[in-house]
Design a protein around this ligand. Structure first.
Ligand code: FES
Length: 501
């Protein structure tokens, strides 16, 4: 039995990773003292480092792999405060003031990115462009209208329109003008070059294994220890779960194709009202592309992920004159239970440790807003967004979701151990039952077998095979492992255990 992996369109790499060089910052070698240690070299970590260094703080960014290669290297990089349909929901559930704080944070993030691009002369294909959320069917029009009304109440640049640059009709859309897009890796690598040096550092291939909340805090890595007066945990899924993030975050995966069209690519950033498909114009050194994404699912529950890519291609070909698919890749997001990110003190008792996570697919602006907010908290400044992003908010709205999510995680802990699998095809992985217990088997194209324990090294849920990305994905909190068991994405920090065959 042969997998249809070979039939997938495009090269398996993000447009951003394919068109920028690999970084080569050193690994931590010695113990060190800095003002702020930052765990994670994505948009939050690097922006916070840049902003704190501007204020005279010494920083050390600690990245387990290479910077801007994880979630921030695989985003669709929309720099917008138009987050599908969020403002009507926020006003109804949190009231006008909190909704306005969220709107202001995300609008400020756009301007913060524009300022950094301008002041640091960053060549990252930054472009002002409009963002749209559109309804494809008549029954969705009232949602668009409600969102326009909510956004206007908050002072956002919203317009109700019935036309977009898309080459197919829509029923109604909300448009935000003067939003932006960029090449996220060109932006982040330029920030990184400005951060490293003069008493501040970026360390790659330096996995953090533990941290403390003292003064100074101790941040332990595989190569040495950093002492710091403050720690930011910006590792996408928070490391060392001392505040039940495992029960408060839902890891989510979706897929993107970069297509060349045989017609002009519509200029703008677009998303459908149910978020099932997203599109974005991109023009840069590598040419003009339409990015098309969708087919989202909870991590580890994607089933036939190869078919997901194929369905996006089909969807795109029905609507655009697609000439070729050049790249394909997947993105990963964490959704919170009430749709608001967690940014602030790591736990109710944390004094020197801060966290930023749960951007719900809008990491470019929420991540930048998080960096601004954390800079202010560390510097002891007031910030009007602190309350709405507070990770320790007690929120009755999220309780039903909490119960549902906890039940789902528990189901994975128990239920996955009962599944039975058959033979394994070349190039595929499968959980198989053996006399000595379940084994995660991967059979390479040359027939060689890798046998691993299917128990995720984070908290023991069983991983699932992801055929399109040839990885073992954990449905509980989103950890991902390569076919040979090496960690690709946390919160797990240790590889899957190898089993002798
Ligand atoms: Fe938590 Fe796997 S990611 S158990």
């Amino acid at each position: 039995m042969k997998s249809n992996y070979e039939a997938l369109p495009g090269k398996p790499n993000s447009l951003w990773l394919a068109t920028t060089p690999t970084t080569s910052f050193p690994a931590l070698q010695n113990d060190l003292l800095v003002d702020v240690a930052i765990i994670g070299g994505g948009i939050v970590g690097l922006t916070a480092a840049a902003l704190l260094k501007e204020q005279g703080k010494s920083v050390a960014v600690l990245e387990a792999g290479r910077i801007a290669e994880g979630v921030s290297g695989n985003t669709t990089a929309k720099v917008t405060s138009l987050h599908t349909l969020i403002y009507d929901y926020l006003i109804q559930h949190f009231g006008h003031d909190k909704a306005q704080a969220y709107a202001a944070a995300n609008q400020s993030a756009i301007e913060q990115i524009a300022t950094l691009v301008r002041d640091k002369h960053i060549d990252c294909e930054f472009k002002r462009i409009a963002a749209y959320t559109y309804a494809e069917s008549e029954k969705e029009v009232n949602k668009v209208e409600a969102e326009v009304a909510a956004a206007l109440k908050l002072g956002l640049p919203a317009v109700l329109t019935y036309e977009t640059p898309l080459p197919f009709p829509i029923k109604a859309a909300i448009r935000f003008d003067d939003q932006a897009q960029f090449h996220p890796r060109k932006y982040l690598l330029a920030l990184a070059r400005n951060i490293h040096g003069v008493g501040s550092y970026i360390f790659e291939n330096t996995r953090v294994t533990d941290f403390s909340d003292d003064d100074p805090c101790f941040v332990t890595t595989e190569h040495g220890t950093i002492k710091a007066h403050a720690v930011i945990v910006a590792s996408h899924f928070p490391l060392n779960d001392m505040a039940f993030y495992s029960l408060r975050l839902k890891p989510h995966r979706s897929y993107v194709l970069a297509a060349r069209l045989a017609e002009p690519v519509p200029e703008g950033m677009f998303i459908t009202t149910d978020s099932s498909h997203t599109m974005r114009y991109h023009s840069g050194d590598s040419g003009i592309f339409l990015l098309v994404g969708g087919e989202g699912h909870r991590v580890g529950e994607g089933g036939d992920t190869v078919a997901r890519y194929q369905r996006i291609e089909e969807w795109a070909r029905e609507r655009f004159a697609v000439e070729s698919i050049v790249y394909r890749w997947a993105t990963q997001d964490n959704q919170t239970l009430d749709k608001l990110p967690y940014v602030g003190h790591y736990s109710p008792t944390s004094e020197h440790v801060y966290v930023a996570t749960g951007f719900g697919g809008w990491g470019m602006t929420n991540g930048t807003a998080a960096a601004i907010l954390l800079r202010d908290l560390i510097l002891g400044r007031e910030n009007p967004w602190a309350e709405v992003y507070d990770p320790n908010r007690v929120n009755l709205i999220s309780l039903p979701e909490f119960v549902k999510h906890s039940a789902k995680v528990t189901k994975h802990f128990v239920g996955d151990r009962l599944s039975v699998a058959g033979s394994v095809a070349l190039g595929e992985g499968k959980i198989v039952e053996t006399k000595s217990g379940d084994v995660a088997l991967y059979k390479a194209e040359d027939g060689s077998i890798t046998a691993l324990s299917p128990a995720c090294t984070h908290m023991g849920c069983f991983v699932q095979w992801n055929p399109a990305e040839k990885s073992w994905d954990c449905p509980c909190h989103g950890s991902r492992f390569a076919a040979d068991g090496i960690v690709i994405h946390g919160p797990a920090t240790k590889r899957l255990e190898q089993i002798e065959t």
